[in-house]
Design a protein around this ligand. Sequence first.
Ligand code: MG
Length: 378
Amino acid sequence: MSGSGAQRGIAILGSTGSIGRSTLDVLRRQQDHFRLIALAAGCNRGELASQVAEWRPSYAGLAGVSNDVRWPSGPEVLVEAATHPDVDIVVNAVVGAAGLDATLAALHAGKRVALANKETLVMAGDLVAQAACAGGGEIVPIDSEHSAVLQCVTGRDDGLARLILTASGGPFREWPADRVRSATIEEALQHPTWRMGSKITVDCATLANKALELIEAHHLFGLPYDSLEVVVHPQSIVHAFVEFHDGSVLAQLGFPSMELPILYALTHPQRLPDTGVRRFDPVAAGPLTFEPVRADVFPALVSGIAAGRAGGTAPAVFNAANEVAVAAFLQGAIPFGRISETIDRALDSHAPAPASSVEAVRAADRWAREEARQSVRQ
Ligand code: MG
């Protein structure tokens, strides 16, 4: 990324969300290297309008709205933005299963996908790999733990033996189990170290997010589940540990900020100087502590790992049931403890099939959503 190379064209899917806005903050500092080509938002017209006024992209649309009078609208906006001919890198920061088609289309079109939409890999990791292979595209993770692993293995990716992803533990790290089950919406949205959208923040409180991340890591780095572990690290300074087969361990550290993994996903395997990231200070970071996960208090983590191990359509069912349950929790329809129960009911009544086509994955996703909707109504 040094020298006078051409600017790389960027599309941002989910431009008005937390990762989308952080990506724009990064691009504002790196305008010599990148040019914003396409913006796709969900339904936030006001913020999209101000982004368009500032950046003047070639394409802008609203994926979560139909028949908008001003912009292209509807779910196909994501694929249109992702496959725009001037786009080299697609930042996919869409929440949930809605991001899958755009990831597959971008990879088929030979683009780099800087992926924050981990649900895509969870649902259809093998299909995503096939699309990358067929079209010449590539996935580079934005998720901080996976960015950490990638930064540790780049240039030395033989002999990878074990990954340990860190988890902040969420707001209920030290709560007794019965109190966790009846936690309120406000309590679940109090993440101790990261400021993010509400869906992922609830996933961090249930630890479902860490199950999604283990499945994501399995697909990105090709390790079996027995070689993937989670440790609770309340300070969120170490993002992941990578163990090589001689026993040596590397880690990537930094104060919690998504801007560093976003920039790295745009520049990998190179780096660009960036004055916008808070410089690391070991003394200011304070003591770093590590604890085992309390699996008995966070059953969604256990169920998600089991779904990952089962493979096929099970991870798509886990993801879909979790999305429905989290939405119901955020609407006040079910208590916190019912999120994991809703997931388990869907997984228990699902017979996993091979995830051999997008249609098979979509069918499992639809089935699980209906199953979970019925279960939250009871
Ligand atoms: Mg993460």
